[in-house]
Design a protein around this ligand. Sequence first.
Ligand code: UGA
Ligand code: MN
Length: 301
Amino acid sequence: MVRLTLTRSVLLSVIVMETLYLMMSLQRLATLEEHCAADEGMHVEGHDIKKKAWPPLYVITPTYRRNTQMADMTRMSQTLMLVPNLHWIVVEDAEKTSQVVRDLLDRTGMPYTHLCATMPDEYKDQKSMGKGVFNRREGLKWLRENAHEGVLYFADDDNSYDIRLFEQMRTTKKASVFPVGMILSYGISSPIVRNGRVIGFHDAFQAGRKFAVDMAGFAVNLRVLHASPQATIPLRLSYLEDGFLKSLRLELEDLEPLASECTEVMVWHTKTHKPGTPNPEHISHADFDTNLPDLYRKILR
Ligand code: UGA
Ligand code: MN
């Protein structure tokens, strides 16, 4: 009888403990689910908000064939891949688009437009012509025809970009400006900002320019571009940026200083050292059955 009572009470306490454990587990599960649901809700909601509120960025990059092109374009593409809602317009300075550039663009998985345009023959002997003008103009033409809202930025293929800059320029209302590092003898080109307003430009090359900025130093809202259908990049070397901004009928007071009121550098005018040109004559007869012929075939195009 005593043994029976003991067994019964052990059994009872086991049941009580099991029930308690089950209740606690259920409670933990419920808390966890609640937590996950909140997380998921926030995540989904936040994502949607961002998606809707982020105006697209259109980045126009002129590029041309040279020994350093793939190094520059690989670095640049893998920077842009980190930026959401960015449409890359790559315009080759060539008669036709190339497969290597197309393959690089495909590898990025980002939205892109691949175009080409080159300098017409009649301009070719003229000195003091800016670089990459006709291909940038081709990019502008595509934008005018295909994009209605968002922000335009001209990004040369050999510069170095901090991805935070792309997020800052998204809010550009008319035109935003910011410092560019490693420019000319001052080693910097920057808007001069007083009390939050742009009052001029600190740049070693003034030369009568109203906007003494580098091509990498400004971004423009597409509304401004569409409001001036004739606006374009002039041909004259060193006056491309000034001419373009003037043709958009912008004034100094329209400029929005970014990068903590132009106290930080988020883009640099880097230049890639010019290497030797790969020459298959450097492969010796003994290497003909190695990787070298294939390697040279791929880099010579
Ligand atoms: C400076 C400015 O930063 C450029 O924005 C400006 O276009 C250029 O001067 C100029 O007008 O001369 P810089 O570094 O001297 O730039 O020039 P590059 O980097 O050689 O060329 C600027 C862009 O144009 C690059 O994206 C480059 O790939 C492209 N480019 C250059 C062409 O599309 N075709 C060319 O024949 C040369
Ligand atoms: Mn450059």
